[in-house]
Design a protein around this ligand. Structure first.
Ligand SMILES: Nc1nc2c(ncn2[C@@H]2O[C@H](COP(=O)(O)OP(=O)(O)OP(=O)(O)O)[C@@H](O)[C@H]2O)c(=O)[nH]1
Ligand SMILES: [Mg+2]
Length: 354
């Protein structure tokens, strides 16, 4: 059962992650990762199991490459390049990784392919950590305003609910704004989540001005001393100029209410879209400055390598990953846990190469 559990009962491993999400939602700038002690272990299932498809895409090839005492040579680097591209790491991040490994292998005199695996791990972590925090902090006593954007069907509304649930379970007063006034039934969808989570939802009627909804919600969140306001918006195609401009209006109108807002603009990207997500970030950035990324549906795709392409191209922090449809299936993005969940462990190399 996803809902209606008492706080005291929320002690399962997945719930710990949800509470981390709440912590990260309210964490000061720059603190994107949960405490090291909370990192999911490989053996504990969790993230490791949820990323099975991407892991399978990457690891099955990588184990063959790095196991068996294989020598470091050009053929190995070429084969690694192929594996990374197939896992949707993208040309730029792949080239960067392979070049870094070539240089590192030379410098550190790594001759055995197994020795390269640790170097690959380090370089992957470095790419994901090389991002700039663009989130701002609310003034004391003011609600943290998060604007959710992204193309149709990527998981914005679900992520809005997951974030709200996590923040609430962390003791915060949360309000939602139904600023998707475009799609029929979108308002009801968010209101349903509000009811299930017992969280207030500010809404107007279908077809009303989305920017006005956002403005009113911010006023209401301030008046009711909320800790967090999360604004769900309509899914829009980046090719659709008028709807994209409407998003720019939401951003401007929020700033008219409070120049510090939104403190965070999260773009939700469906991992299954692979490299296409890069153009989505570019296009949405023209209307609302994106501060962070949610990569959803990582549980259902082998294209999880796209996170490396996102970090390399935009230097945007990946703030959360969606690993399922349930309200607890959101994880603060923990760089090391993510990379560890993707790459084979040294013991696996031994087994496979035996
Ligand atoms: N497997 C999986 N499904 C997800 C995840 N996140 C969202 N979904 C599903 O994706 C579908 C679309 O989710 P929504 O939250 O309605 O997407 P949206 O971006 O708000 O869609 P629009 O409002 O139409 O633009 C739903 O069936 C969700 O349950 C995820 O992390 N994993
Ligand atoms: Mg929606």
């Amino acid at each position: 059962m996803l809902f209606g559990r008492k706080k005291k009962d929320r002690k399962q491993p997945d719930d710990t992650a949800a509470q981390d999400a709440a912590g990260a939602a309210s964490a000061p700038a720059g603190q994107q990762q949960p405490d090291a002690g909370d990192k999911p272990k490989k053996s504990s299932g969790g993230l490791f199991a949820r990323l099975a498809k991407t892991r399978e895409a990457l690891t099955s090839g990588v184990v063959g490459l790095f196991g068996g005492g294989r020598k470091v040579d050009d053929a190995l680097f070429d084969a690694l390049e192929d594996e990374l591209l197939m896992a949707d790491v993208g040309v730029d991040a792949t080239t960067h990784l392979v070049d870094a490994l070539r240089t590192g292998a030379r410098k550190e005199k790594i001759e055995d392919a197994a020795g390269l695996l640790e170097l690959l791990r380090k370089e992957m972590i470095a790419i994901l950590n090389d991002t700039t925090n663009r989130m701002t902090e609310p003034s004391p006593g003011q609600p943290r305003v998060t604007l959710m954007v992204g193309v149709n069907g990527v998981g914005k509304t679900t992520t809005t609910a997951k974030l709200a649930a996590a923040a609430k379970s962390n003791g915060q007063q949360v309000m939602l704004a139904a600023a998707d006034t475009f799609r029929a039934a979108a308002i009801e969808q968010l209101q349903e989540w509000g009811q299930r989570l017992d969280i207030p939802v500010v809404a107007q009627s279908h077809g009303s001005d989305a920017a006005a909804v956002a403005f009113d919600a911010l006023s209401a969140a301030k008046a009711r001393s909320m800790d967090a306001l999360i604004i769900d918006t309509a899914g829009r195609q980046h090719t659709h100029d008028d709807l994209m401009e409407q998003l720019g209006k939401i951003d401007r109108v929020l700033k008219r209410n409070d120049p510090d807002t939104p403190h965070e603009t999260l773009i939700t990207l469906d991992a299954g879209n692979g490299q296409n997500v890069l153009v989505q970030i570019e296009q949405f950035s023209t209307q609302a400055p994106i501060t962070g990324v949610v990569v959803s549906k990582l549980d259902g795709t082998a294209k999880g390598g796209v996170v490396f392409a996102i970090a390399r191209k935009f230097g945007l922090p990946i703030r959360y990953i969606g690993v399922g449809e349930g309200v607890d299936d959101l994880r603060p993005f923990d760089v090391e846990a993510f990379v560890d969940a993707l790459l084979p462990g040294a013991d696996e190399l031994g087994d496979d190469s035996a």
